[in-house]
Each structure stands twice: as C-alpha cells, then as structure tokens.
Design a protein around this ligand. Structure first.
Ligand code: KG4
Ligand code: ZN
Length: 341
C-alpha cells in the first residue's frame, strides 16, 4: 500500500510516500530563516510558511516516489498536538486530496508518528531490528516526553516537561550565549573543545519515582552565571566551557531519566527521537551508560519532524480498519493517553 503522509504541526512542512516500511520519498521544507531573528518558532509565521510550501512539498513527494496521486491507497495527516494554524493547513490539503481522489483519510497523533521512526527504512536497507515494547524519549523544540510504547496504539506517558522543552532550553541558552537559532546545533558545536565540568549547572531531578523534566532552573542558572561571569570574547575557551557545561546538564538529566524509566518498566529498548536526538553528546553519554539497554537513534532526517513517520502510522491504522470521516478536525492539545489502536 502506498500511503501519503503530511506533517505540518510545527515548523517543518513535510510530505512523504511510504509503502510498507519503505520510504519512497520524504520531502521536508524547514522554516529556520522565518524564525531565526525571533530565536524560536512564531506560530503565525509558521502557518503562513506552511501555506506557501505545502503544494510544492506534496507534489515533490509524489514525483520523487514515482507514484501518481491515483496510485495512493490512503492519506495520513497529523491532526495534533501542535500549532493550530499549521495543523489546519495540513488537514485541509489532506482532506481535499482524499475527497478528490476518493481515498481513505486518517488523522494521526504526532507522537505516534515519532514512535514509528525506527521502523522506517530505504528500499536497500534490511528490515530494522526493532519491535515493541520500548520506551521512547521524544525530545524536540516543542516536546519533551518519555513514553512506554507497549504495542502499536498502546502508549503510557511516563513523564514530560513541566516547563520548557529540551530543544527550547538549548535554543534559549544559545541566545544567552550570543549564538544563532536553532540553538541546539550551535551549542553542540561551541561545546566541542569545552570542559563539561567547568561550571556545575543544576540538574532538576524532581521526584525520584517520576520521570518529569524541568529546565527552567537551568536556564535561570545560566543567566545568573553570565551576569556574574560576563563572557570576555566570543568563542573563547570560557565561552566553550560554559556551552559544554550547559549542554552536559541537559544531556545528563535526559540520559539518567530515560534509562531509569526503562528500568522502572522493565524494558530493554530505548528509542530517542526529535531534533535533540541529533545531539552527539547525548548519543555518546547514552551509549556509555545504557548497559544492557538497546538504544535506537534513527538518522537525523527521521529523528526530526517528517511526513514518512506519519505515513507509516497511517498505514498501521488503515490496516486495523480505521479511517477518519469528513468531520475530522485538528486537535492542538491531544493527550497521548487518549490514543488507542
Ligand atoms: O524535532 P525538531 O526538528 O522540530 C521540532 O521542534 O518539532 O527539533 C528542533 C529542536 C530545536 O530546539 C533545536 O535546537 C534542537 O532540536 N536541536 C538540537 C540539535 N539539533 C537540533 N539540540 C541539541 N543538539 C543538536 N545537535
Ligand atoms: Zn515532533
């Protein structure tokens, strides 16, 4: 079955065609240049950029997959959670196509899409060695959560951020350090050659038996540190040390909580997805501390928001006999606990 997946919940306009787990095309149009001067995603600008790009992105996804629209067997679209304007752009296009082509339409939860990322592969790659159950650490600019995925459609929320998302903490920290948006890659680059132990930034462990996160104290600690220790020169050793120490505090909390969550639910597999999953230090520390736990980090193009993961979730749901009707609407807030297979 050829499924078109459309993703517009945040700041990536993406469409993909997936057949089984094979990615036939995956077109992603980012918006960094729209949001860079504001240091974070501006919802209204994001909606407008989705409107500008969506037609070309869907056409390119079909073209690159060597499929025509008539050859599609279904259309999957992210309906939440996310920014309402962007979600409406994706849903409107998906509904219009499904109606015009007389194809099944299925609305997908964005996080269920992320959970599909390790199962995707290219035509030449072998079937990935992954299966349910697993714990997922989903870390991006918009979300930070730990889920226990028992099987397709059965997900338990283990913890989530009480304030900033991990990517947001990178982005805001980067601004304070005088770095460009997006802040994660900028901090990671500056941190190379820095001493991660130079400044002891706080780690918010919260309750030991819960897996919630909080990054606002860390952000404040960086602000206070910079007031008392102004940076002499950009890209100086001190600058590198502060970036490395800030990154270390973020990474350590993510790693310790994710591995503790795996042990708490008795699960030996951990998926890391979302833009922050690209962080090399996160990958290194996870590898050092994982022990028996098998860690999957999909390639960057599948870690960040993309249409392929939405298409694969759609395929699974269509196989279960589900489809959405024309009353399908967006759900900007959609608790993962309300999902079912
Ligand atoms: O998943 P994503 O591309 O988009 C959404 O937020 O939905 O994630 C973007 C976030 C940004 O906050 C960015 O700073 C962060 O991921 N990020 C990183 C790295 N690359 C991207 N954070 C840390 N290290 C990186 N290498
Ligand atoms: Zn996402």
């Amino acid at each position: 079955m050829n499924i078109l997946g459309i993703e517009t919940s945040c700041d990536e306009t993406s469409a993909a065609v997936v057949a089984g787990g094979v990615v036939c095309s995956n077109v992603v149009q980012g918006q960094v240049e729209c949001h860079a001067e504001y240091g974070g995603v501006v919802p209204e600008l994001a909606s407008r950029a989705h409107i500008r790009h969506i037609s070309a992105v869907v056409s390119a996804a079909l073209h690159q997959s060597n499929r025509t629209a008539q050859q599609l067997d279904g259309i999957a679209v992210t309906v939440g959670p996310g920014l309402i304007g962007g979600l409406l752009v994706g849903l409107t296009v998906a509904k219009g196509m499904a109606l015009a082509l007389a194809k099944p339409l299925i609305g997908i939860h964005h996080m269920e899409g992320h959970l599909m990322s390790p199962f995707l592969r290219t035509q030449d790659e072998p079937i990935p060695d992954c299966d349910f159950p697993f714990v997922a650490l989903l870390v991006s600019g918009g979300h930070t959560l730990l889920l226990h995925a028992e099987r397709f459609g059965l997900y338990h929320l283990l913890g989530q951020t009480r304030d900033d998302a991990a990517g947001e903490a990178f982005d805001k920290g980067a601004r304070m350090l005088g770095l460009a948006y997006p802040g994660g890659p900028a901090i990671a680059a500056l941190a190379q050659g820095g001493d991660p132990q130079a400044v002891r930034f706080p780690r918010a462990w919260l309750e030991r038996d819960r897996f919630d996160f909080s990054f606002s104290g860390l952000k404040t600690a960086l602000r206070t540190h910079l007031l008392t220790h102004p940076l002499a020169a950009e890209e100086s050793q001190v600058h590198r040390d502060v970036a490395a120490s800030y990154q270390e505090a973020l990474v350590e909390v993510l790693v310790v909580k994710a591995l503790a969550a795996c042990r708490a639910v008795g699960c030996q597999r951990l998926l890391v997805a979302g833009g922050v999953g690209a962080n090399q230090r996160l990958r290194t520390v996870l590898a050092q501390r994982a022990g028996q736990i098998q860690v999957w980090v999909p390639p960057l193009s599948l870690c960040t928001d993309n249409g392929a993961m939405i298409a694969l979730a759609g395929w699974h749901r269509l196989l279960l006999g589900q489809r959405s009707d024309w009353s399908l609407n967006v759900r900007p807030r959609w608790p993962v606990a309300e999902l079912y297979a």
